[in-house]
Design a protein around this ligand. Structure first.
Ligand code: AP5
Length: 210
């Protein structure tokens, strides 16, 4: 299955992409994770991307398209993949369309107030990337990952000012792409305004995996 998991910042793309990836054994390709890793390592890509990410803007299309095209040349994508956070402009959508026939665009629909609460309370494992929330999905031991014991951290872009910018960026630059995919008949929308387990069941049903 070649799928895009689509939605606003904080809609649960990463949370559910990780679950689907494990369940059907296809890789999650998160452009956000790849870019954060590049920033951490101080690569040329990371240096170019950092300012945009800190402001809540999108990284320029040419950089992101190149990185996804490279990633899709690797062997592990043969049986499918989940694109998480890509494409997020019409330009990126057009570039993907030239290379790939998508099976489905899974749209996670969550109200804006809820998105802000989710993002500002998120904590991420610095070792394995597992995602937690201080209130909705807390780790057993404060500040430590249940899965690997790694330290949890708050993403630089999860402060309230940057979250507001990211939500605006989504509305202006990314949402039009959803309308495009709807016209193509590729979209299945999941109501994400519920507990993680409830949304997970909805996701599985939408993908005919249960
Ligand atoms: P990216 O990392 O892709 O961030 P995003 O799209 O803003 O999405 P998030 O990772 O913030 O949210 P999510 O939907 O994955 O939610 P999650 O599952 O973590 O991108 C970061 C930046 O990189 C961009 O701003 C941009 O600068 C750059 N970038 C990336 N891709 C790009 C591209 N293609 N083009 C240009 N620039 C690009 O959940 C959030 C929280 O909610 C967690 O704490 C979780 O535990 C909790 N939660 C999840 N589901 C529920 C639920 N049902 N109930 C309660 N809590 C829940």
């Amino acid at each position: 299955m070649k799928m895009v998991i689509f939605g606003a910042p904080g809609a649960g793309k990463g949370t559910h992409a990780k679950f689907i990836s494990k369940k059907i054994n296809i890789p999650q390709i998160s452009t956000g994770d790849i870019l954060r890793e590049a920033v951490k390592k101080g690569t040329e890509l990371g240096q170019k991307a950092k300012g945009y990410m800190d402001r809540g803007d999108l990284v320029p299309d040419d950089l992101v398209i190149d990185l996804v095209e490279d990633r899709l040349k690797q062997d592990d994508v043969r049986d499918g993949y989940i694109l998480d956070g890509f494409p997020r402009t019409l330009e990126q959508g057009r570039a993907l369309e030239k290379k790939v026939d998508l099976d489905i665009v899974l749209n996670m629909d969550v109200s804006e107030d809820e998105l802000t609460t989710r993002l500002t309370g998120r904590r991420t494992c610095s070792e394995c990337g597992a995602i937690y929330h201080l209130k909705y999905n807390p780790p057993e031991q404060e500040g430590k990952c249940d899965k690997c014991g790694g330290d949890l951290y708050q993403r630089d872009d999860d402060n309230i000012e940057t979250v507001r910018e990211r939500l605006e960026t989504y509305k202006k630059q990314t949402k039009p792409l959803l309308e495009y995919y709807e016209k193509e008949g590729l979209v299945r929308t999941v109501n994400g305004n519920a507990d993680i387990e409830v949304v997970r069941d909805r996701v599985l049903r939408a993908l005919n995996l249960c």
